[in-house]
Design a protein. Structure first.
Length: 155
C-alpha cells in the first residue's frame, strides 16, 4: 500500500478535526455566555479546555507535518503562491489560537473561583470573553480560507 494516500487521509482528518472542534468549541462556549448559571458556564469552560487539549492541539501539530510531506511527495513547490497564502493563514490562525487557549483556561479558572466563593463573575471575565470572541474570528476565517485553498489548489 502506498504511503501518500494514508498521509493525505491523516491530513484531511486532522484538518476536519481542527475545523470541527474549533467550531464546536466556539458554539458551546458562546452559548454558555447566555446563561446565568455558573455551573453551566463552568461545564462549558472546562470542556472547552479539555477539547482543545485532546483534539485541537494534536491536529495543530499533525497539519503542518502531513502538509509538508504531501507538498514534497505530491510534486508541489513550497513557494507556490497558494501554499504561501496557506502558510500565512495558518500562522494567523495560530497567532490567534494561542492566546485563545490561555483565555479559555483563565475563563475556566475565573468561573471555578466564582463558584467556590459564591461570588458573581468579575468584569475581567467579561473582558476576556470579548477578547476570546474577537480572536476567534480571524482564526476561524483563516481555517475556512485554508480549506478552500486545499480543495481548489489554484495555480
Amino acid at each position: 500500500m502506498e504511503l501518500y494516500p494514508l498521509v493525505k487521509v491523516a491530513h484531511i482528518l486532522s484538518a476536519t478535526v481542527l475545523f470541527g472542534t474549533g467550531a464546536g468549541i466556539a458554539f458551546f462556549k458562546f452559548r454558555a455566555r447566555f446563561t446565568d448559571n455558573l455551573h453551566e458556564k463552568y461545564f462549558a469552560a472546562r470542556n472547552t479546555v479539555l477539547a482543545d487539549s485532546l483534539f485541537t492541539a494534536p491536529a495543530v501539530i499533525i497539519q503542518p507535518l502531513t502538509g509538508f510531506w504531501l507538498i514534497q511527495e505530491g510534486g508541489y513547490e513550497f513557494s507556490d503562491l497558494w501554499l504561501l497564502i496557506t502558510y500565512g493563514l495558518y500562522l494567523l490562525a495560530g497567532v490567534c489560537w494561542l492566546p485563545v487557549v490561555w483565555i479559555q483556561i483563565r475563563l475556566r479558572n475565573i468561573v471555578r473561583h466564582s463558584l467556590e466563593t459564591d461570588t458573581p463573575l468579575p468584569e475581567d471575565y467579561h473582558r476576556l470573553f470579548r477578547l476570546w470572541f474577537i480572536l476567534g474570528w480571524p482564526a476561524f476565517g483563516g481555517l475556512v480560507a485554508i480549506f478552500g485553498l486545499m480543495v481548489i489548489k489554484p495555480v
